[in-house]
Design a binder for this molecule. Structure first.
Ligand SMILES: NC(=O)c1ccc[n+]([C@@H]2O[C@H](COP(=O)([O-])OP(=O)(O)OC[C@H]3O[C@@H](n4cnc5c(N)ncnc54)[C@H](OP(=O)(O)O)[C@@H]3O)[C@@H](O)[C@H]2O)c1
Length: 270
């Protein structure tokens, strides 16, 4: 599996399985299928309520070969809560470290320094390997970079052809922050796009594969959520072929601004 080196020094697999709305047996089945097929990266969060299921699955695989991202909720960003929530995640995931621990969304009522201090303590205690943020705008990301004693390795944000956040991606690159594209398939909204369908036909691929390949070629990590084996498998075929520069530009020029994930507690204009 192709990976990207993070500012922390650790390698992060470019493709991961998203797990939002996957709980219970459905979650176990999807994650087991993905790992058996060769995925090595799982994206979860305290908010998804599926740590226990994922813990049940990963205990059957070689932990050293896996990359687990989880997130602490924006409501739990005071120093003690971050430590408590991380310990809970470790227990539930049945693991002794988290590869990447993200602040799920910013909370302006808790000083960022306090949260970052707690994340550093978790890294010092070897409970977390790399730290990062999610749903942070350029301004908030720069603030986090400035205030953190450790590198901010990742910013996980919504990114797909209908929300092509190039300015944010460029700012991430300038600051050595890797961007993880969440909802990379716009939860299915891009599947019927005329231009994407034409490009997919040209490369003899599906629209999902074209979109994931476009993202990977732009330098992002992708974490499509899929529950069916067909989709999980299909989303892996994004590495052995390329989209031409001209077709990349065509996709870049889709000028739709469609945010799928509306987090009422985040101001994306700030
Ligand atoms: N940090 C954050 O605030 C945040 C917010 C949202 C999401 N995320 C993360 O990002 C992950 C992915 O985002 P998402 O779940 O919102 O949406 P998504 O990955 O854009 O779309 C998921 C949908 O696409 C379908 N799908 C997957 N592969 C397909 C394929 N090859 N062909 C056709 N349909 C396909 C899935 O169907 P099936 O399930 O039927 O296969 C599912 O309905 C989440 O699961 C979560 O881990 C993070």
């Amino acid at each position: 599996m192709k990976s990207i080196k993070l500012a922390s020094g650790y390698e992060m697999p470019v493709l991961g399985i998203g797990t939002w709305e996957l709980t219970g047996e459905k979650c176990k089945k999807a994650v087991t299928t993905a790992l058996k097929l060769g995925y090595t990266h799982i994206d979860t969060a305290d908010y998804y309520h599926n740590h226990k299921e994922i813990g049940e699955v990963i205990k059957n695989f070689d932990r050293k070969k896996l990359f687990i991202t989880t997130k602490v909720q924006g409501s739990d960003l005071d120093y003690d809560s971050v430590l408590k929530e991380c310990n809970k995640a470790l227990r539930e995931l049945k693991t002794d470290y988290i590869d990447l621990y993200l602040i799920h969304w910013p909370n302006l009522s808790i000083p960022l320094e306090e949260t970052l201090k707690a994340l550093k303590k978790l890294v010092d205690d070897k409970k977390v390997r790399s730290i990062g943020i999610s749903n942070f705008t350029i301004k908030r990301m720069k603030e986090a970079i400035k205030k953190s004693k450790l590198p901010i390795s990742v910013n996980q944000v919504e990114y797909h052809p209908y929300l092509n956040q190039e300015e944010l991606l460029n700012s991430c690159k300038e600051n050595k922050v890797v961007l993880t594209a969440y909802s990379p398939l716009a939860r299915g909204d891009i599947l019927d796009d005329k231009l994407l369908k034409e490009i997919a036909k040209k490369y003899n691929k599906t629209v999902s594969q074209v979109v994931l390949r476009w993202l990977v070629q732009k330098g992002t990590i992708v974490i499509p959520k899929a529950s069916s084996e067909t989709h999980i498998k299909e989303n892996m075929d994004i590495f052995s072929w390329k989209i031409s520069g001209k077709d990349m530009e065509k996709i870049n020029s889709i000028r739709k601004k469609e945010r799928i994930v509306d987090l009422e507690f985040v101001n994306f204009d700030d």
